[in-house]
Design a protein around this ligand. Structure first.
Ligand code: FMN
Length: 324
């Protein structure tokens, strides 16, 4: 159990925000395998405000998709508050997170996402604005630096976020320059943890139960985010929980089980119809490849899946993949 602001959450192992990946189907499958909290996909404040409640695709409520958090990408306090209000009219997240971690160029141009690591003043104002005007906790997902790590700067940024009213910090232990590659800097996450009294979550290379344990041990963090470690491996949540409790490494997941869970995941995607038809097949094929990457003849399987154009054809292909 962990408390974020006034909200108690049953687990401290969350499914990380994953734009373009962790849609409703993905979240439901992860929840069936132990993910106790998930994030909606990140939403740009401009598009939320412009859509005026028409973002139903992204924020499709579902009784099993709870508790859920929302993440906003914005750069102006007023507009971010307006977007948060539009969002709250649609769904009831347990907290709202501000993205100060996204590294893409388009976002840097808008001086948002990881850009806040360079110029944090507007980030403080956004957090202050939301914390003062909303009746739910506001958190921040950040990186440990922009081009390089300056621990003094990082620690003062974390302290200022706490002062501005942040209820928790999610810290990806890489700089913006590293994107998603290279070493995760555990000491920097530890420095943030020591600097503030709000919960600090570690993110970065939580790819296995052992690496989850390492994140806790090296940083002293209060919780962890599982990101790429869940792609094609939703059972990682149960595995981490069991390993932390017993110290016993999980048995290897059988190919038969991988196929079964993949088919269930695709069935959700087909039934819930969350993705727009134009990109749905692409996302289905992408998900299939995550699950099938370590099957015998994986390269051949990949080649045979890429051209498939329908759900039915994809399911037939997967059902026909030999297990031995
Ligand atoms: C496909 C993908 C989409 C992501 N989308 C977001 C996002 O919308 N918001 C965010 O804060 N982080 C996002 N991240 C970053 C992850 O939440 C996480 O911090 C990062 O991948 C490091 O964890 P990992 O090394 O265990 O994957 C994304 C990562 C990936 C791979």
């Amino acid at each position: 159990m962990i408390k974020i602001g006034s909200r108690a959450i049953d687990t401290n192992i969350f499914l990380a925000p994953l734009a373009g990946c962790a849609d409703l189907s993905y979240r439901l499958v992860c929840r069936e395998h132990g993910a106790g909290l998930a994030f909606y996909e990140m939403a740009d404040v401009n598009s939320i405000v412009r859509a005026q409640g028409k973002n139903k695709d992204l924020f499709m409520p579902h009784p099993d998709d709870r508790p859920v958090a929302a993440q906003l990408l914005g750069s102006e306090p007023e507009l971010t508050l307006e977007a948060a209000r539009c969002l709250l009219a649609l769904v009831k997240p347990v907290f709202i997170d501000i993205n100060a971690a996204c590294p893409v160029k388009k976002v840097m141009k808008k001086r948002s996402g990881a850009y806040f690591m360079l110029e944090p003043d507007r980030l403080y104002r956004i957090v202050e604005k939301l914390a003062a005007n909303l009746d739910l906790p506001v958190t921040v997902k950040m990186r440990v630096g922009f081009n390089h790590i300056d621990q003094n700067h990082l620690v003062s940024l974390a302290k200022n976020l706490e002062k501005a009213g942040a209820a928790a910090l999610f810290v990806h232990g890489r700089t913006r320059r590293q994107l998603y590659h290279g070493k995760v800097d555990y000491p920097s996450i530890r420095a943030v943890k020591r600097a503030v009294s709000i919960p600090v979550f570690g993110s970065g290379d939580v790819l296995s139960p052992q690496l989850a344990k390492k994140m806790f041990e090296e940083t002293g963090c209060d919780g962890i985010l599982v990101a790429r470690g869940s792609q094609g491996s939703p059972w990682i949540f149960d595995q981490i929980r069991d390993y932390l409790k017993t110290g016993v490494l999980p048995e290897q997941v059988t190919l038969e089980r991988k196929k079964r869970v993949l088919l269930r995941h695709l069935e959700y995607m087909q039934e819930l119809r969350q993705s727009r038809p134009s990109n749905k097949m692409g996302l289905m094929r992408k998900m299939a490849l995550y699950y099938l990457y370590d099957f015998p003849n994986a390269a051949k399987i990949r080649g045979s899946i890429t051209p498939l154009k329908s759900y039915k054809a994809l399911v037939e292909k997967i059902e026909g993949i030999p297990l031995g």
